[in-house]
Design a protein. Structure first.
Length: 370
């Protein structure tokens, strides 16, 4: 090899990117004045794409492989540069490496509770957490819409925007699904798949593919969870009478094991037996009474109570006796607006069936004397 060939070989560049991080999505290959020699070697590894940009305009895109850069494999850049056949001079271009691997375990979660109307518990608040995975699908769209001229673009710079999309679509979907809170755990897979299909088109607007979306937990506020635990405990206890007898027996055993001495233990055991017998007799008596008198009269129905508009102000509630006295004192007339629970709107008193008899019992006003 001659001296000229040796010097010529030293001018050939090697363009490659070895990613030392786990979160870099785009890396710009830095070199002095972006000058690249004709015949330079380009190495694009698996899960990478190389994009050449000329004066802000995307030119050629290279998939994984090893290339010798000439006018033949840079057709778009050659056109933009106006290269003639046999061009053999250094050229300037920006080279961006895009990481197309899956970026996994990206977290999402509700910063504030979501208000829902549950069919069993009524208005309720929930929180949700999970993770998702994504990768660059369309390098040119991703550079145009997201990266711009950023030479070191990481997952952190776009994760917040993607998280906002996820939270918005999750809140909307969980509200429309109307799944009872207690049944949500059995529908994680179905909800996750539905949301994945719903979010994918919006990610693709940035050139990103959503490859996995998972819900790891949907939880209730601590006070609601505590109430549910108590409700579950009551269901486990079952028969309260038998449970009370069991508690009495446990107390008796504890008294017998009292270390205060034999006399104290005997006294404790005696008191325990007496208490247990009394409680058992009381329970048996109650059970016998319930068996002998299985039917009990229903509770007395509540008296009707009405609100009334008096002097332009809401007053009441008043029962029928109070209303009768107020009618007699002319505080309430047939035109007075009244309302009770169950009525859709306020109505004149003489239009309400329950009050019509009260007006019939009051004599009309004395006619004026001639």
């Amino acid at each position: 090899m001659g001296l000229f060939d040796k010097l010529k070989g030293e001018f050939i560049d090697i363009i490659e990117w070895l990613d030392p991080t786990n979160d870099t999505m785009v890396y710009r290959f830095e070199r002095y004045q972006n000058e690249i020699k004709n015949g330079a070697k380009l190495t694009v590894r698996e899960s990478q794409v190389a994009v050449f940009i000329n004066e802000g305009q995307i030119a050629d895109v290279f998939q994984p492989g090893m290339y010798t850069l000439t006018t033949e494999n840079l057709p778009i850049l050659a056109t933009l540069k106006g290269w003639k056949y046999g061009f053999n001079s250094p050229f300037k271009a920006e080279v961006y490496f895009l990481n197309t691997k899956n970026f996994t375990d990206l977290k999402w979660g509700t910063p504030n509770p979501i208000m829902l109307r549950d069919p069993e518990f009524g208005p309720i608040r929930i929180r949700a957490f999970g993770n998702y995975a994504m990768r660059i699908k369309d390098p040119t769209v991703f550079i145009k819409e997201i990266v711009g001229t950023d030479g070191n673009f990481t997952v952190e710079k776009i994760s917040e925007q993607l998280k906002n999309i996820v939270l918005t679509r999750f809140t909307d979907a969980i509200g429309e699904a109307k799944i009872p809170v207690l049944d949500m755990a059995s529908n994680y897979d179905e909800i996750s798949k539905f949301l994945e299909n719903k979010i994918k088109p919006e990610f693709m607007e940035y050139g990103i593919e959503l490859t996995k979306f998972l819900i790891s937990n949907i939880s209730l506020p601590p006070n609601v969870e505590e109430a549910l635990d108590k409700r579950s405990s009551m269901g486990i206890i079952g028969d309260l009478n038998k449970y009370t007898q069991f508690q009495a027996a446990e107390s008796m055993t504890a008294a017998a094991n009292n270390p205060s001495g034999t006399a104290g233990a005997g006294l404790g055991m005696g008191m325990g037996f007496a208490m247990a017998n009394q409680m058992a007799n009381a329970m048996n008596t109650n059970q016998n009474n319930q068996q002998q008198n299985p039917q009990t009269p229903p509770p007395v129905p509540p008296q009707l109570q009405f609100f009334a508009v008096i002097n332009g102000q809401q007053a009441g509630p008043f029962d029928l006796n109070a209303l009768k006295q107020m009618i007699a004192q002319n505080q309430i007339t047939k035109q007075t607006l009244v309302w009770r629970q169950g009525m859709a709107n306020w109505e004149a008193a003489d239009k309400v069936v329950e009050l019509q008899t009260l007006f019939g019992a009051v004599p009309p006003p004395i006619p004026p004397q001639a």
